[in-house]
Design a protein. Structure first.
Length: 151
C-alpha cells in the first residue's frame, strides 16, 4: 500500500525525514535539495501521524546504525481494498459509482451495512448519505428491501 507521506533518508547527511511523496523535491535540514523521485521511501502511509512516529523512531535508532521502522499496514479486507481505491477518486459521483460497482461485483446485492464498512475505512460521507446520493443519481436500484445493485 503506498501512501501520501513517507520516511526518507537524506542521501547527503543520512537524516531521516518525513516527506510529502506527491511533491518532486524537498529541502533537508542540512540545506541540500532532495529529489524525491530518486529516493526510495523506507516507510509509507496515508497518515501524517504514523509517518511522524516513524521518523521519531528512525531518528532514535540512527545512532545504532540500524533502522527498524514499523511494518506498513496492509488492508486485508475486501472492503478496505475498495475504500483504498475509492479514496483516490476526487469526483464524488465517480467515487460513488466505483463503490457501487465494486460492491455489486463483490456481493451481487449489497446493503447499508456494506456501505458502512467502506465508510469506516474511507472516512468520506456517511453510509446513509452515500446511499441517498447513489439512488438520486441513478447509480443503484433497490432489488428488494434493503438490498441494492448497480444499474
Amino acid at each position: 500500500m503506498s501512501g501520501r507521506y513517507g520516511v526518507i533518508v537524506c542521501p547527503f547527511c543520512a537524516t531521516p525525514l518525513g516527506a510529502d511523496l506527491r511533491k518532486r523535491t524537498m529541502t533537508c535540514v542540512c540545506g541540500k535539495t532532495i529529489d524525491l523521485l530518486k529516493v526510495k521511501p523506507k516507510f509509507e502511509s496515508s497518515s501524517p501521524v504514523e509517518v511522524a512516529k516513524a521518523v521519531a523512531m528512525a531518528k532514535s535508532q540512527v545512532k545504532d546504525s540500524k533502522m527498524d521502522l514499523p511494518a506498513m499496514k496492509q488492508t486485508r479486507s475486501r472492503f478496505g481494498k475498495i475504500a483504498e481505491k475509492a479514496r483516490d477518486i476526487k469526483d464524488p459521483h465517480e467515487r460513488l459509482s466505483f463503490i457501487a460497482a465494486e460492491l455489486t461485483r463483490l456481493k451481487k446485492d449489497f446493503t447499508i451495512d456494506d456501505l458502512e464498512r467502506v465508510h469506516d475505512i474511507l472516512g468520506k460521507e456517511s453510509a446513509s448519505d452515500m446511499l441517498v446520493a447513489m439512488r438520486e443519481n441513478g447509480i443503484i436500484w433497490e432489488r428488494e428491501k434493503g438490498k441494492f445493485r448497480v444499474v
